[in-house]
Design a protein around this ligand. Structure first.
Ligand code: ATR
Length: 274
């Protein structure tokens, strides 16, 4: 049986096995997909042990190992190189391990699935951590016109902008965001995990906003999504679709098959509501 896995720490809450088993069922494959809790300093050993198995095909990598995976793998993928982070590994014919980053394309595909037009838009990205880095180049590839990165710590936003290959990036602190009127706002900060808003919100700030996206997903809309809806933003989306779409892109890398993601998003939505 083909073997897959997801590495993280913690990993118990991961929905990846559920999602990939649904994809496998759709395409009539019988796979094994396990959660592997690697020690904080022990990712490379755990990944080598996994890939030493004859039936191992590929794995996903989540917090805090995406940089370790980037350094461990052979990386040709532009999204992974831009983000300096890898979330998908695959064993190649010569026994080496290739690395990819499907997080950004997962976000872009979920926005497009939900009817959000990215072409020529001004996007505000809140946060400048690992999650933010992964989406910068896929957003430009999708045709956005301008990106503003706002972060609590300005220097981290400056660093992300400096390391990217794009010149159309402005940076600011979270306090200053109400001075602009972005068309799409993406929250990659961890504020929602603590039930907090990532930044000040006002009707004027949101006057041109067509959609807000929170990379977090919970069993109910986050405070950021709720506030945006209250202030008149038509679309407020959470990160569950991004999770499923990044998984689908990984599944396609491993198997060549393109799963039906809409069906899986609906099923997983039911699971997280329980
Ligand atoms: P991830 O890989 O999920 O992006 P990370 O690299 O730890 O995680 O980054 C967390 C992001 O959330 C950072 O942008 C962080 O801001 P700082 O760079 O200033 O630390 C942001 N963040 C965390 N808690 C926040 C809060 N309560 N309000 C606003 N931003 C917050």
């Amino acid at each position: 049986m083909k073997k897959f896995a997801v590495f993280g720490n913690p990993i118990a809450q991961s929905l990846s096995p559920t999602i990939h088993q649904m994809f496998a069922q759709q395409v009539g494959e019988d796979i094994s997909y396990e959660k592997i809790l690697a020690p904080e300093e022990g990712f490379v050993g755990a990944a080598k042990a996994f890939f030493a198995q004859k039936e191992a095909i590929g794995c996903n990598v989540t917090m805090p190992f995406k940089l370790d995976a980037y350094n461990f793998a052979h990386v040709d993928d532009a999204a992974a190189n831009d983000a300096k982070a890898v979330n998908t590994l695959m064993k190649t014919a010569d026994g080496k391990v290739s690395g990819f980053n499907t997080d950004g394309i997962g976000l872009v595909n979920d926005l497009l699935n939900n009817g959000v037009v990215l072409k020529d838009k001004h996007v505000l990205l809140l946060g400048a951590g690992g999650a933010a880095r992964g989406v910068v180049s896929p957003l430009f590839t999708a045709g956005i016109n301008k990106l503003t990165i706002a972060n609590r710590t300005l220097s981290r936003a400056e660093q992300v902008a400096k390391e990217s290959q794009y010149s159309e990036i402005d940076v600011m602190t979270l306090e200053d965001v109400t001075s602009i009127t972005p068309q799409i706002i993406i929250n990659s900060t961890s504020a929602s995990l603590n039930g907090a808003l990532p930044c000040n919100m006002s009707a004027a700030f949101l006057s041109k906003c067509e959609a807000v996206y929170d990379m977090v997903y919970k069993n109910s809309p986050t405070p950021f999504m709720q506030e945006a809806s209250k202030l008149g933003v038509e679309k407020s989306l959470d990160g569950l679709g991004m999770l499923v779409e990044q998984a689908a892109a990984a599944f396609t890398i491993w198997t060549g098959a393109k799963p039906d993601t809409a069906e899986v998003v609906n099923k997983v939505r039911e699971i997280i509501k329980r």
